[in-house]
Design a protein around this ligand. Sequence first.
Ligand code: ADP
Ligand code: MG
Length: 253
Amino acid sequence: LAETGTLLRVERARKQFGGVIAVNDVSFDVHAREIVALIGPNGAGKSTTFNLITGILTTTGGTIELHGRPIDNTPPQQVVKLGIARTFQHVKLVPDMTVLENVAIGAHLRGHSGALSSMLRFDRADEARLLAEATRQIKRVGLAAEIDQLAGSLSLGQQRIVEIARALCADPVLLLLDEPAAGLRHMEKQRLAALLRQLRDGGMSVLLVEHDMGFVMDLADRIVVLDFGTRIAEGTPAAIRTNPEVIKAYLGA
Ligand code: ADP
Ligand code: MG
């Protein structure tokens, strides 16, 4: 796998729902070892773009490539195997299971196409392997001390990090995060940002949708701005902050 250069290429991606063009020929790249933020007002097309990349939705035009190979219209399970893992806007942990169980079960379900068939084929060796991998990722994200605690007893910030550990079990090259900072306190945001920088510096790329501008401006290497399904700007946080088109979109002028 390439260590540098373009990892993800979104080229004139399009998604139309009846008369609504949710994503209107949007293009952007994510490079290796880069944190890219996708921002824009409500209804701009951010979630739809995520769903096109992860295979939850099929495109109605354009291409999406990972390592130069088309991945659009590939089923979500296959996209995960190709190296793209994601977390969701709302925490999807089982509150009365431990951190370890949550991460291991998530990793298990992620690697199989059908819950029933995967349970029938699941054996002790698989279980040991999953628990070892889950433990490794929990340590990697800095939650070793909480590994046997119930997920529901953790702070929201810690729960978000558990979800990242779960995504990391898929061994992704690209991590997609949907509003990871939403509802977090200042210290929790700082801890999350430090983790994402650590992952980037270890060779991973991160694409995040985020409304918290302070968080984005502090963390992102590059920002892509959508408005009404169209990419209206792209650049460094410093350039985006002063871009007249972006200011106009956010003020609704
Ligand atoms: P964002 O995540 O930036 O708030 P979305 O990608 O959710 O925006 O939505 C972009 C546009 O597409 C909106 O106008 C939304 O109403 C529309 N849209 C999203 N999903 C669907 C759907 N399944 N069916 C019809 N319209 C949709
Ligand atoms: Mg959305």
